[in-house]
Design a protein. Structure first.
Length: 306
């Protein structure tokens, strides 16, 4: 088996598994803060053990104050992103929330251009505009009355806010040097655990055995396990391959929502998802963009985890 084949198998498995996280969130019956807290706590413990095995854990103490502060800041954004994303899933459904979240790569482009004071090219703005049209179609807003369910609108707003926070995580991570990806995730999860503990998540003794089972899957499989698989898979793949395979996540989520809850997406929603995928690939792979290496260009790789 070649190195690239191993990477592809790992990324396919990870992205397909991520598409099932919404099912676990809903079946757990826990509120978004509780789910995010235990994801940080359980997943963080798993990642800490992985770092210890790699010999990375001790090196965390030698990080500079600046790098540690930025890692902690990204952890705050990460935890907030998860709370808002899980809120979006509970209010809009797995498929719509997941599709909506995938507007995130475009937010990274805009934030990157703002942070690094780079001018966005016209073709990039065109792709972003096409993605927004796709978002309107995928969420059903294009044909929805303004009197539609208020909870649905709040769910969409929460998911978009989650995407914005994750874009911030991506920008911070791209600017960090001297810290490995597992080390960064460990700091992020530790930060999230401490932060979310202040927002009164459900205590361990108040959770049922079934709830513990779902939360354990989210922490050990969707977080610790998926992160480790991605750390091993991504270095073996090229950016175009990664960009394409990342969209197995929303495809898997749409399928899970249909099979588990009977939430079938309409033809227009599928067209919207297609436009988002097309635009994201175009921006990530810089279709039509002049081949200039800029600080903003470095932000175009979409996120690998949620």
């Amino acid at each position: 088996m070649t190195r690239q084949t191993e990477g592809m198998i790992g990324l396919i498995a990870a992205q397909t598994l991520l598409g099932t996280i919404g099912l676990c969130v809903l079946e757990s019956g826990a509120d978004p803060v509780t789910v995010a807290f235990y994801r940080c706590a359980i997943g963080g413990l798993a990642l800490a053990l992985y770092c210890w095995y790699r010999g990375d854990l001790a090196r965390l103490a030698r990080l500079s104050p600046r790098i540690l502060a930025m890692a902690v800041a990204s952890g705050v954004l990460m935890a907030g992103n998860w709370v808002l994303f899980f809120e979006g899933i509970q209010r809009t459904g797995i498929a719509v929330a997941t599709i909506t979240f995938h507007i995130q790569p475009f937010l990274v482009v805009v934030l990157g251009a703002f942070v690094f004071r780079e001018r966005l090219q016209a073709v990039t703005l065109l792709w972003i505009g096409l993605a927004l049209i796709g978002l309107a179609l995928a969420t059903g807003l294009s044909g929805m009355e303004l009197t539609a369910d208020r909870s649905y609108f709040l769910g969409l707003a929460a998911t978009l806010a989650a995407a914005f926070l994750y874009a911030g995580v991506t920008i911070i991570a791209k600017g960090l040097t001297g810290i490995s990806a597992p080390q960064l995730a460990t700091v992020q999860f530790a930060t999230g655990t401490l932060m979310l503990a202040a927002f009164s998540p459900a205590g361990p003794l108040t959770l049922s055995a079934d709830q513990w089972g779902w939360l354990a899957i989210i922490g050990l499989v969707h977080t610790g396990g998926v992160y480790v698989v991605l750390y091993k898979a991504l270095p073996k793949l090229t950016t175009p391959v990664i960009a394409v395979l990342l969209f197995l996540y929303p495809a898997s989520a749409v399928l899970v929502d249909a099979l588990a809850y009977g939430h079938l997406v309409s033809a227009l929603q599928l067209v919207g998802l297609g436009l988002i995928i097309l635009s994201s690939l175009a921006v990530t792979l810089r279709w039509g963009v002049r081949r200039l290496t800029t600080a903003a260009d470095a932000q175009l790789v979409p996120p690998t985890t949620r």
